[in-house]
Design a protein around this ligand. Structure first.
Ligand code: BGC
Length: 269
């Protein structure tokens, strides 16, 4: 049994660092041509470094700058990718940010930025991807499915998170977006799923692992007793995007070392 994404084109949003870069590398190594999306001029060098790792390993792709919270930019990204590569087969809706604040001190800007990127960005990219999937139709030389969308959610689609109301709200909403799309487009053979990462060692949660004390307290939340790595997510993304996962749609799959078993109950309750 071998995961193959050969002959397929994948857009990975927020792929210049963190979980997105891990996913981009994993799906490229499974054979997909990868669009390494990054949000701004500031992240162009990082995106190019990710692409270089992909091409050095024998894979294919391009970098593409686009702020996923902006409708015109997302529409242009999909148009450009389709004109360069013919179509899009896989969307990994990964781009996401945290703007943490105590709820009573949370600014409208912190709220709008997180909802704009984490939720509206996933809506816009999914809409453009599904339009392209339906235009192309099923092509058995690529995949038995018409298209695949993987939303990168979080354990915080089910675990409430004090001090992060904007982020937790965006992830809770992604669950309903994902399931609704899976229901609405199942008959068209479009598969839609979410990966819900726990604590993965990336820049977004650096404060939680960069000192021994912080890491120790983080590990108290993780039964499997290690922090996750981007390839833990990348491995599942490659599988879920492949035809091996053809009967999986509408699912939230947790990759969290057991965080959602509520470790603190191992000694209490
Ligand atoms: C957040 C991280 C956090 C993890 C577990 C993720 O969705 O982005 O900052 O460490 O959830 O709480």
């Amino acid at each position: 049994m071998k995961i193959s994404l050969h002959n397929q084109v994948a857009v990975v949003t927020g792929a210049s660092s963190g979980i997105g870069s891990g996913i981009a590398k994993s799906i490229a190594s499974a054979g997909a041509t990868v669009i390494v999306n990054h949000s701004s001029e500031r992240s162009v060098d990082e995106a190019k470094a990710v692409l270089k790792e992909i091409t050095d390993a024998g894979g294919n792709g391009i970098t593409y700058q686009c702020d996923v919270s902006k409708e015109d930019q997302v529409m242009k990204m999909f148009q450009d990718v389709v004109s360069q590569f013919g179509t899009v087969d896989i969307l990994i809706n990964n781009a996401g940010v945290q703007k943490d604040a105590k709820f009573t001190e949370m600014t409208i800007d912190q709220w709008n930025t997180v909802i704009g990127i984490n939720l509206t960005g996933q809506f816009l990219c999914a809409r453009e991807a599904i339009k392209e999937f339906l235009r192309r139709g099923i092509d058995p030389s690529r995949s038995v499915a018409c298209g695949k969308i993987i939303h990168i959610s979080s354990v915080h689609e089910i675990i409430p998170w004090a001090g992060h109301a904007n982020y937790a709200s965006s992830k809770g909403a992604i669950k309903m977006l994902m399931q609704t799309l899976a229901q609405e487009y199942g008959a068209d053979k479009i598969r839609v799923n979410s990966i819900c990462p726990g604590a993965i060692q990336t820049p977004i949660n650096k404060d939680a692992w960069s000192t021994p004390e912080a890491l120790n307290s983080l590990l108290n939340l993780i039964p499997y007793n290690r922090i996750g790595q981007p390839e833990d997510i990348g491995n599942l993304a490659a599988f879920l995007a492949s035809d091996l996962a053809d009967y999986i749609t509408g699912a939230s799959i947790f990759v969290d070392g057991g965080m959602t078993t509520f470790e603190s109950f191992s000694t209490g309750g």
